[in-house]
Design a protein around this ligand. Structure first.
Ligand SMILES: Nc1ncnc2c1ncn2[C@@H]1O[C@H](COP(=O)(O)OP(=O)(O)O)[C@@H](O)[C@H]1O
Ligand SMILES: [Mg+2]
Length: 268
């Protein structure tokens, strides 16, 4: 099997007349952490949505483990090993942390998403496999077990983030997609997140994350893919990206509040 787990070939997505993603090709290396970066509006979230199958691409193809998944729906892609965590933790109110994760594990066993959110009590019944997967996933994220039975929506933001990630892990993915996982986290929580992601990758999971926190990216990413105005700008190691003239120009030309400088303490 090839080194890359995911491969995008000339992927494009247009919304009306807008080319949100334009002819993007890159590969995601198996077992590595790849960061997808670019200024706001560059097409990062759209790319994540194309990979998960939430949006159909306008043209191009996406392969997972050498199989063309371009025409598969989101649930089928989960079964191919692709799982994503949401930018804002989507806790189901009234459910404990553990039950919120069981919901994710249950999704793996073929529940419709709408069903889960409208009739969550269904997931608590007789699904030992989901319970076991949820326990393992929560343990992986490091959420203290004393919090597992607390209402998920009463947890701290950082802990809700863990539950959100655990829900994805419970689907036993080969590829975990995260859209801005550090957004809203304090520096300590961000460091914890970085350590968690490193550990996941060390244990064999492939991680593709969209992130703005440059010091986090520079300290954990093995590869970086840069997009700008929907197009590929560069691809390489953090060191290569930091030196890349096109990347520097794109970032210098952007609003510094949206796009933190590429320099980073973490790599100094
Ligand atoms: N569902 C949609 N309908 C129309 N335009 C969209 C939609 N989703 C994203 N866009 C547009 O596509 C471009 C890329 O957006 P997005 O992928 O969210 O960028 P990023 O995540 O890099 O900030 C933006 O111009 C955005 O306004
Ligand atoms: Mg986005």
């Amino acid at each position: 099997m090839s080194q890359s787990i995911l491969r995008l070939d000339g992927v494009s997505k247009t919304f009306g007349g807008l080319k949100a993603v334009n002819n993007v090709s890159f590969e995601v290396e198996r077992g590595a952490i790849t960061a997808l970066i670019g200024p706001n509006g560059a097409g990062k979230t759209t790319l994540i949505n194309l990979i998960t199958g939430v949006l159909p691409q306008t043209s191009g193809s996406i392969q997972m483990n050498g199989r063309d998944i371009s025409r598969l729906g989101p649930a089928q892609r989960v079964r191919c090993g692709i799982s994503r965590s949401y930018q804002t933790p989507q806790m189901i109110r009234g459910l404990s942390a553990i039950d919120n994760v069981v919901v994710g594990a249950d999704l793996y066993s073929d529940f419709a998403m709408l069903d889960l959110f409208t009739r969550p009590w269904r997931v608590r019944r007789d699904n030992r496999a989901a319970q076991v997967a949820a326990h393992a996933a929560l343990t992986q994220t490091g959420l203290p077990s004393s919090l597992w039975n607390n209402p998920a929506d009463a947890l701290s933001y950082g802990d809700q983030r863990r539950v959100e990630v655990a829900r994805s892990l419970a689907q036993k993915p080969a590829l975990l997609l995260l859209d801005e996982p550090a957004a809203g986290l304090n520096p300590t929580e961000t460091e914890d997140l970085g350590r968690d992601l490193k550990r996941f990758a060390h244990d064999g999971l492939t991680v593709l994350l969209v992130e703005h926190d440059m010091s986090l990216i520079m300290s954990i990413a093995d590869r970086i893919v840069v997009v700008n105005f929907g197009e590929m700008l560069a691809e390489g190691t953090p060191q290569e990206i930091q030196r890349n003239e096109a990347v520097i120009a794109a970032y210098l030309g952007a609003d510094p509040l949206d796009t933190p400088a590429l320099s980073s303490e973490a790599t100094a």
